[in-house]
Ligand binder design. Structure first.
Ligand code: TYM
Length: 323
């Protein structure tokens, strides 16, 4: 199993936790897991260098605070394993220009850098290097996983069986968390603002953001397409409390939005309180975090170099040899 996350934003946000990281943490016992900070992917926003470096280290502390365990999983930075970029190049030579142009991330931005254009190809390399079967990601990443499967199939039929195909999208419905201020779009690290709950927000800030979330007309607490704001809050409450939507709808029948929002706020505060606490301890120990990354990079490179040796051979790159 493998997944990645970009070390951008103030910290990770509620959507990252709900759509991805909580699944990572819960899958560690039954799977051989690789989790990485996609620092190369973060470069598409050309972050300030000092900030990217600092954020990458903090991001390790956040993942561990959210339950990723470096004793059971391989945790590393993508930039520490140069094989990602190399396989990305090779796969790029099998990707159609039109095919890459159809990726919504590029289309939605209406253009941008070559890095943004080839972003999904590097993501395919991330996944295929480790022969990942399962890739726990939010729904926004689904198209990238489909491209990964296409590229793996294309490579295998051109050069012989090399890559295993990751299972299609592993998420479940209702796991796309929306922006609290504008529930027509997803909550995102790059948008931020009062519609984004950061995992490390203090309890007061979380409460304020949730209480000022956009709700819909009417006063019934029910999940429906006409009520995207309320549905989003219900989803959040359901994840934070482990209660199913119908049970929650029943609990709030006739109660109105006020009580409901206060409870959502409390539930999110409670959900992230232990994360904040663990994070504060972990982030103070830079030496430990660097060690986690160094150990992770060594383990990841073991797998990646062996796959890349096969790939180089299959595509016909001459191996260096002394005579
Ligand atoms: P990133 O950093 O944007 O997001 C990390 C993970 O969080 C999920 N996510 C959400 N899920 C539900 N609701 C939301 N509002 C929400 N916002 C984000 C994302 O779907 C993602 O799973 N391209 C990836 C990083 C990456 C990667 C990979 C992932 C690079 N290589 C290989 C898997 C495998 C990204 O930008 O994630």
């Amino acid at each position: 199993m493998l997944s990645g996350i970009r070390p951008t934003g103030e910290s990770f946000q509620l959507g990252n936790y709900v759509g991805a990281v909580r699944h990572w943490a819960s899958m560690q016992d039954e799977n051989e897991c690789f989790f990485f900070l996609a620092d190369l992917h973060a470069l598409i926003d050309t972050p300030e260098p000092q900030r990217l470096r600092g954020r990458t280290r903090q991001a390790v502390a956040e993942l561990l605070a959210m339950g990723v365990d470096p004793e059971r999983s391989t945790v590393f930075a993508q930039g520490h394993v140069p094989e990602h970029a190399e396989l990305g190049w090779i796969l790029g030579c099998l990707t159609g220009f039109g095919e890459a142009s159809r990726m919504t991330q590029f289309k939605d931005k209406g253009g941008g850098t070559v890095g943004l254009f080839t972003y999904p190809v590097l993501q395919a390399a991330d996944i295929l290097l480790y022969s990942a079967d399962a890739v726990p990601i939010g729904e926004d990443q689904r198209q990238h996983l489909e491209l990964t499967r296409d590229l793996a199939q294309r490579f295998n039929s051109r050069y012989g069986d090399t890559f295993s195909l990751p299972a299609a999208y592993a998420g479940r419905a209702g796991e796309r968390i929306k922006d609290l201020r504008d529930p027509s779009r997803k909550m995102s690290k790059s948008i931020g603002g009062s519609g984004t709950v950061w995992v490390l927000d203090d309890p007061k800030t979380i409460t304020k953001k949730v209480k000022s979330a956009v709700t819909d007309t009417g006063r019934e607490v029910v999940a429906s397409e006409e009520k995207p704001g309320v549905t989003n809050l219900l989803t959040i409450l359901s994840v934070a409390t482990g209660k199913a939507l119908p049970e929650l709808e029943q609990a709030y029948a006739g109660k109105g939005y006020g009580d409901f929002k206060a409870d959502v706020a409390d539930a999110v505060v409670e959900l992230f309180a232990p994360v904040r606490e663990r994070y504060a301890e972990l982030v103070a120990d830079e030496g430990y975090l660097d060690e986690v990354l160094a150990d992770g990079a060594a383990a990841a490179r073991g797998v990646a170099t062996s796959m890349l040796t096969t790939v180089r051979d299959r595509v016909g790159l001459l191996a260096p040899r002394r005579t």
